[in-house]
Design a protein around this ligand. Sequence first.
Ligand code: FES
Length: 182
Amino acid sequence: MTRRDLYRLGNVILGGAIKLAVAVPALAFIASPLRKKAAGQGGAAAAGEPMETLATLSQLKVGQPQSFPIIRDRTDAWVTYPSEPVGSVWLLRQPEGAKPEVVAFSAECPHLGCAINLTPDGSEFLCPCHTSAFDLEGKQKNQVPPRPMDRLDVELTADPDPKVKVRFQKFRTLAEEKIPLA
Ligand code: FES
């Protein structure tokens, strides 16, 4: 092997090493959010949603739905946005002796996902986007929504003024069935 051949071989090896040194960290950076998602850290998986305290029972007025925001750290592929509203929940305290004592509805419209409001007189729920209407039990009042408002799991603690805990979940829109999103 001549000195020139050795020089060329050295160049090839050095060039390959430099490409590897650049490519490996770059690939690791690109793959990192995908690994996080696979490990369940990249977003809230519906099945594993914790119950979270939204109010105490004494804060709720019987027969009057009240809205509570859901605040979470939101993570997209690359960035974490701390303490952002990701949805809201309507809580409705039932009359004394009724079971369950508190009902929770997702405020996300089952039609196309807009936020459902309460009418000014508090007599029904109304979605401003395409006029889906629901009664205070969450049942459809017109043909626009494909299903009733989505009920959420609720638990009351055993405290003297019980904490109202809700499992916040999102569900597929435009479906007649309530299908949790992963
Ligand atoms: S998104 Fe609510 S009516 Fe269409």
